[in-house]
Design a protein around this ligand. Sequence first.
Ligand SMILES: Cc1cc2nc3c(=O)[nH]c(=O)nc-3n(C[C@H](O)[C@H](O)[C@H](O)COP(=O)(O)O)c2cc1C
Length: 229
Amino acid sequence: MTTLLHIDTSARSFYGEGEKHSSISKMLGQHFFAHWKNQHHHDQIIHRDLGAQPPNFVSQKWLEAVFTPASKRTEAHRVLLAESDQYIDEVARADIILITTPMYNYGMPAALKAWFDQVIRINKTFTFDLARGDFPLEPIFSNKTLILLSSCGEFGFGEGGIREHMNHLGTHIKVLSHYLGVDQFFEIRSEYQEFGDNRHEGSILSAKQKIEKLVSELTTTQSKKMLTA
Ligand SMILES: Cc1cc2nc3c(=O)[nH]c(=O)nc-3n(C[C@H](O)[C@H](O)[C@H](O)COP(=O)(O)O)c2cc1C
């Protein structure tokens, strides 16, 4: 059995495909699961909508709690860290992390950044050791797959595109994914939402086809993993 952690992050809800003001990134997530569930009836899915319920920002008191040794933490520290503990537990359980996200101001929504700040935590998701030289951080988890499904209003954010240099969304999340123990990263992007023309339709269609192909490929690799486990 595979465990999937499904994280939505758009401030918009998903009301149904093509509905006005409905989230495109959340729709791509729904498309993934419509195909995934056909072939994986028994998988466990943990779902979080960070757009609807944004994580708290880290604070001075939160950092004090993090850097207090676990054996010396007070009840107040434990309460402050409970949210982070819960998110980290969900990441620990996940084989596949599926994040759906809009591009906001050329990067990720604040809610998703707040989630990463709660999750990438010393001695929980990474260790820090200066004996490692210039790269003292090492992830604790391993072997995870991250799938990023995103939607942008403009276009040309991919490799060689006219806005590649302005894309701080997938590039940022790919760097961070290392600290979640991710060794397989996939990104599928839909563009042109603000133009609303046939290029937008084409981009959505292409994203959906890529999602279907990815589901087939992952199904094959997951079955191989289960055979060798
Ligand atoms: C606050 C905000 C900032 C945005 N910034 C950008 C941007 O920098 N670049 C871009 O291409 N689109 C930008 N957009 C457009 C969204 O990326 C686009 O509408 C996308 O479809 C949103 O995802 P969703 O449909 O899942 O909500 C922005 C939209 C909002 C609401």
